[in-house]
Design a protein around this ligand. Structure first.
Ligand code: NAG
Ligand code: NAG
Ligand code: NAG
Ligand code: NAG
Ligand code: NAG
Ligand code: NAG
Ligand code: NAG
Length: 666
């Protein structure tokens, strides 16, 4: 059997993987619907995936990658022109934090070994930036705000001549013809984005157009610059892409590319473009998926049916147990039980997908108890012992407003955490969608008090200090009686009382990340309080901390509430869905407390114990504290976004000067 099937199988593989996807390559134009068999010159971390996807950078920090194609431009010709059309995608490592960006680049050289990553985008360095002898044209798609190059924001396109200080730039937006408005297009959404760049010497115009996938080439340019490129372009140039990462990293991809040096660049066949790998867990290798599928096919061909059945049965329930795990015995679940409880981790039982993995509903076979099982990917064995010790001790944490961790199980590359089941799901669904009924004020107030007391318990009352590090409405679950239950200790790390907390990563969700956390990377009780402040405001106002679609005054919830408070109209920010049915005293307390917790200065924020006292009415909120609370969240958010560029360069003494950005008034 195998002798006849295998050659056919390889023939099919051969056809799938070697089918040339590039067509019509000549000196005047080329089109790549995927980059198989392409004539691109790659360097740095750039690579072409088996499916034809060009990856310029992965999430390794401080790296750059390039891909170039040599072209001849006739600079003496009267009608020097070029036109290019490409589709890119950017998948950030941390949600909503871009680092750093990519640039369509035209350059007389393709050796960028001396160029710097990060804000230099892999095309220049500090000594040649701005030098006219570079003959460099770049159209940058920059996702971090680099103050040193006068960047306008963390999501802009810029036209650069020989320098990273753009001669023209614009926030990335597109015109929605259906809604008849211009909309922000976040580049780090992970979704494919189309770009058209056209230069016509006759008119001396360089035009850049941008649109989400499937939307036709816009009539209006996002950026249009009058420029005589004769002084920049030389006869022999390389066109292509450069991308770079900084202290925070983004995977930069090019899906397809068409270029023409006279006439419009040809259209790409969007349906043929390679797909972007789904966001991988850190422990997986990029090629693992392919390897596994190939092995699986080969195995299924070679082994007999009986062999397969045996293999699958054995593999299905395989788990890892080590000697040291004996002591955690009672908290250990068998994988087989969890598999059965969740009916094989079917998507039907999916409760949600968090930052760390998918959560499934299950019913334990023995006790018939309902549980939620969270699948977390993890690195092989590294730190596993410590982690299991942590989750085991977390299992001993008991508080009526904390979702109880019942135990765990583990397999290769996978950790399963078993939690008690919360029938009403997460609070954000109640607040921000119409899927769930509205919550009245007394229900909301009870939830706030519950979560506050849970955080106080974690910070002060348990045997170790536990930082939550991702307090927000979507991490608060509701039990059958609509009591708030703080969940997701996936991000939490335990610290002994008195020890200095250390972290390696800025974790959290933008809008809830305290300004000092982005600078120091150190989570503290006070950064949890900051996030709790954002949470107070979202529950009271019924909206998220940052609402890109809102008017500029209302976009940042904290700023809006603060302004309204200054104008004596704080209650106007309350959730309209409450219909005015709330205790004005309580509402005003929650809003002011939200502002106080969101104070830019960590030292001015209350402790969770004080927060609980204010909410219980056991202490009065001192209003004068609010006077200095000029938070200016917008600046801090922009600062967060600019971290990748400035972080590595900010030395300890310059931190204080950049800090002043945060207190800048409006
Ligand atoms: C990125 O790519 C480089 C080179 O291909 C590799 O060494 C590195 O491990 C990759 N990093 C990640 C995070 O995948
Ligand atoms: C460049 O353009 C000039 C003027 O149009 C023409 O005379 C010359 O042959 C062109 N050179 C090449 C290499 O195409
Ligand atoms: C900057 O790049 C240029 C050109 O690649 C190179 O000659 C120069 O040595 C580099 N300077 C530094 C400081 O790396
Ligand atoms: C620009 O670069 C050229 C060649 O690398 C060098 O000779 C010149 O000094 C540089 N100019 C400046 C202002 O740095
Ligand atoms: C770009 O801007 C710089 C600084 O404003 C200016 O010196 C330079 O001439 C401009 N270049 C072009 C090609 O417009
Ligand atoms: C562009 O600049 C070149 C020399 O730098 C000049 O010869 C040419 O006339 C200019 N073209 C236009 C349209 O301004
Ligand atoms: C220049 O323009 C003329 C007419 O517009 C066209 O026939 C010719 O092919 C163009 N040459 C180049 C090199 O683009």
């Amino acid at each position: 059997m195998t002798t006849t099937i295998l050659p056919v199988y390889f023939l099919i593989l051969f056809c799938i993987y070697l089918k040339p996807q590039a067509i019509a390559q000549n000196e005047n134009q080329f089109i790549y619907n995927g980059f198989h068999g392409s004539r691109l010159h790659l360097d740095g971390v750039a690579e072409i995936h088996p499916n034809g996807l060009l990856q310029l950078t992965n999430t390794t920090k401080q790296e750059a990658g390039h891909a170039f194609y040599p072209v001849k431009l006739n600079t003496s010709s009267r009608n020097l022109s070029f036109s290019t059309y490409f589709v890119f995608a950017m998948v950030p490592e941390l949600p909503n934090l871009g680092g750093h960006g990519l640039a369509f680049t035209v350059s007389p050289v393709m050796n960028f070994a001396q160029a710097l990553p990060s804000s230099y985008l892999g095309i220049l360095n500090s000594s040649n930036n701005g030098n006219d002898s570079n003959h460099l044209l770049a159209v940058e798609f920059d996702t971090a705000k680099s103050p040193e190059f006068n960047d306008i924001n963390n999501n802009h396109v810029g036209i650069d001549f020989n320098s990273l200080t753009s001669n023209a730039s614009a926030p990335v937006t597109y015109y929605s013809t259906s809604e008849r408005i211009s909309k922000i297009l976040p580049m780090i959404s992970g979704k494919p984005i189309q770009v058209w760049i056209d230069y016509d010497k006759g008119e001396n115009l360089l035009n850049v157009r941008v649109a989400p996938i499937q939307i036709p080439k816009p009539e209006l340019s996002l950026l249009s610059t009058r420029i005589n490129l004769s002084s920049i372009l030389l006869d022999s140039m390389y066109v292509g892409f450069s991308a770079a990462t900084g202290a925070i990293a983004t995977s930069h991809y090019i899906l397809g590319w068409s270029f023409s040096r006279n006439g419009q660049a040809k259209n790409l066949e969007l349906s043929k473009l390679p797909s972007i790998p789904r966001k991988k867990n850190p422990s997986e290798k990029p090629s693992l998926e392919l390897t596994i599928s190939l092995i699986a096919v080969a195995v299924s061909l070679i082994f007999t049916v009986a062999g397969i059945v045996y293999y699958v049965r054995r593999k299905k329930y395989e788990e890892i147990r080590e000697d040291w795990e004996q002591e955690y015995g009672p908290r250990r679940f068998s994988y087989q039980d969890l598999y059965k409880a969740t009916k094989g981790f079917k998507d039907k039982g999916l409760l949600g997908t968090g930052g760390f993995g998918k959560v499934y509903k299950g019913v334990l076979p023995s006790s018939k108890e309902q549980v939620a099982v969270k699948k977390v990917s993890h690195d092989s064995n590294q730190g596993m012992k410590e982690f299991v010790a942590e989750i085991s001790s977390m299992g001993r944490i008991g508080h009526r407003n904390l979702v109880k961790l019942l135990g765990y199980s583990r397999r290769k590359g996978e950790l399963l955490l078993v939690y008690e089941y919360m029938p009403n799901g997460s609070l954000d669904k109640f607040l921000f969608t119409n899927e769930k009924p509205n919550l009245n004020w007394s229900q909301r107030y009870r939830i706030l008090r519950g979560v506050a007391s849970a955080l106080m318990y974690l910070h002060e009352e348990w045997e170790q200090v536990v930082l939550h590090r991702d307090v927000k409405a979507s991490n608060v679950l509701l039990d059958a009686d609509l009591n708030g239950q703080l969940s997701d200790f996936g991000l939490a790390r335990l610290y002994d009382h008195g020890k200095n907390p250390q972290t390696t990563h800025v974790v959290g969700t933008i809008g809830y990340i305290a300004p000092e956390l982005t600078r120091t990377g150190k989570a503290t009780k006070s950064t949890d309080v900051f996030a709790f402040g954002a949470f107070l405001l979202e529950v009271a106002c019924g909206r998220r901390p940052i609402e890109p679609q809102a008017s500029p005054e209302e976009m940042f919830l904290v700023d809006w509430v603060l302004e309204s408070w200054k104008q004596g109209a704080i209650l106007e920010t309350s959730d309209p869905r409450l219909g005015g049915y709330y205790s004005a005293d309580e509402m005003s307390l929650v809003l002011k407390l939200g502002l106080l917790c969101s104070h830019a200065k960590a030292a001015s924020r209350p402790s969770m114990r004080q927060v609980v006292q204010y909410l219980d009415g056991a202490a009065l909120l001192p209003e004068r504290l609010l006077d200095g609370a000029t938070v200016n969240n917008e600046a801090s958010v922009e600062f967060v976004m600019s971290v990748p560029s400035s972080f590595e360069k900010i030395s300890v003494d310059s931190v204080s000067s950049s800090e002043s950005i945060l207190y800048r008034g409006r």
